[in-house]
Write a protein that binds this ligand. Structure first.
Ligand code: PSV
Ligand code: MN
Length: 444
């Protein structure tokens, strides 16, 4: 992206956070001419296909995806981490960055927290900070994949499925604590991803490990408040490289079925082998009322945690195609939680999350343009070419004017990245936030 031109929008920040609304308004005033013209010509094109652009815009305006609190800090790999100046050091600063993303994008009103990373010792203060910034809280995530200082038992050989009852008890207690903190945040779901598994054939008895996991999860499920859900996240590898206990959607579905109605499967797009048909997994889980939610990201090889829509935008569109199809069949009861889970290693996390949120919105928007009755007709008549063309026609449309219009109408930025750069928010944070150390490796 080009550097911003030194235009009238540059305003020195006097407030401690957030973007000056005048900067957004000035930029929008400049950008509104291209937006009006693009929106009108897109409207005419869609009209020829009997699609009312304003109806689509209204639906896109209702789209929201949660920001992962851990995503606003610079991520890392097991080889290293390279934090930039001005990155957040704690949940309060993370919330400020989330509020900036929401202020500009208007499609990210909630934050998904991760414990103990976000444990400030005062969950109420965290809730209030979020409230003051206009943010709500989505699912809380537990962490039994790292040992914490002073922790009695190690997760080196697993957590909820560990052979040692004391370790399992500790992992259960941590998940219960996440629920307690989440209640203060007014969250309504707990997401459980475990690193448990094995690195070598013979290391673990597959059946016993799964049995122990299910028993541990029963205790967590029993502690769920009535209006909460339990999201189970599967992943085929890493940190265990031979097998994982919840390796795939099959194991996930079995566990969710076993636990009960409040337990559902969470699909992290990066947690499948390359070339797996994720959209079909989405369709299956939705059909069985077990699709709890998503961790959106993108990948080329494995759990790369790259920006949503940056590698395989067509796959993302096909996932949304299934979601729109399921929503039409099931109505309001179909309400999966949309969250991102990304690791930003070489970009400014705010920029990555802004562009990811826009990519998600665009993928959703395109999936709304699919002519479903035509698609159904071609499918029924085995007209393979035209069925495929029906999808491609929707995917090939440039819908960026719709999401830009949604942002403008909601007082967000028509051009979020441009405004963000002009605001010099990160440089300002660099002056007031302590520099984070970057020598150690650290996955997020
Ligand atoms: C595991 O790779 C995962 O996707 C889980 O959602 C964790 O909570 C998150 O990443 C941590 O970065
Ligand atoms: Mn995830």
């Amino acid at each position: 992206m080009p550097e911003p031109s030194p235009a009238r929008g540059i305003i020195s920040m006097t407030i401690s956070s957030l973007i000056n609304p005048q900067l957004i308004a000035d930029n929008n005033a400049d950008a509104s001419s291209w937006l009006e013209s693009d929106y009108q010509s897109l409207g005419e094109r869609l009209n020829r296909r009997q699609i009312n652009i304003d109806e689509i815009t209204e639906k896109v305006a209702a789209f929201a995806v949660a920001i992962p609190s851990w995503g606003v800090g610079t991520g890392g790999t097991r080889f290293g981490r390279f934090p930039g100046a001005g990155e957040p050091a704690n949940i309060f600063e993370k919330l400020e960055d989330c509020a900036v993303i929401q202020q500009l994008s208007r499609s990210t009103p909630s934050v998904s927290t991760h414990f103990p990373w976000d444990d400030s010792g005062d969950a109420k203060a965290v809730y209030e900070k979020g409230e003051s910034l206009g943010l709500t809280f989505d699912a809380v995530n537990s962490n039994t994949f790292q040992d914490q200082p002073g922790q009695a038992n190690s997760y080196k050989y697993g957590s909820l499925s560990h052979t040692d009852k004391a370790v399992r008890k500790q992992a259960i207690a941590h998940n219960l604590d996440c629920i307690t903190q989440g209640q203060v945040l007014d969250s309504k779901a707990l997401t459980v991803w475990i690193p448990d598994g094995s690195n070598f054939p013979g290391q673990q008895n597959f059946t016993r490990a799964f049995e122990r996991y299910l028993v541990s999860m029963e205790s967590i499920y029993a502690a769920l408040p009535d209006d909460w859900q339990l999201f189970i996240e599967h992943k085929l590898f890493e940190p265990s490289f031979y097998s994982t206990v919840i390796s795939d959607w099959g194991s996930n579905y079995i566990a969710a079925q076993h636990l009960g109605e409040k337990a559902k499967c969470l699909v992290d797009l990066g947690h499948h082998a390359p070339s797996v048909n994720i959209e079909q997994i989405v369709a299956r889980l939705a059909q069985m009322n077990k699709l709890g939610g998503f961790h959106f990201n993108d990948s080329k090889y494995g759990d790369d945690d790259l920006d949503s829509g940056s590698i395989a935008p067509y796959q993302l569109f096909l996932v949304f195609n299934e979601l729109v199809d399921a929503a039409e069949r099931k109505g309001a009861s179909f309400n999966p939680a949309y969250m991102m889970d990304q690791s930003h290693n070489v970009t400014d996390p705010i920029e990555s999350l802004l562009s990811s949120a826009m990519n998600l919105q665009n993928a959703y928007c395109k999936s709304l343009l699919i002519d479903r009755s035509k698609l159904d007709h071609y499918q029924q008549h085995n007209d393979v070419m035209m069925a495929n063309q029906t999808l491609k026609t929707a995917f090939d449309e440039d819908v960026r004017a719709i999401s830009a219009m949604v942002r403008m109408k909601a007082s967000g930025a028509i051009e979020p990245l441009e405004v963000y750069r002009k605001s010099r928010y990160r440089a300002d944070c660099g002056r007031r936030r302590e520099m984070q150390s970057g020598s150690s490796a650290g996955i997020v």
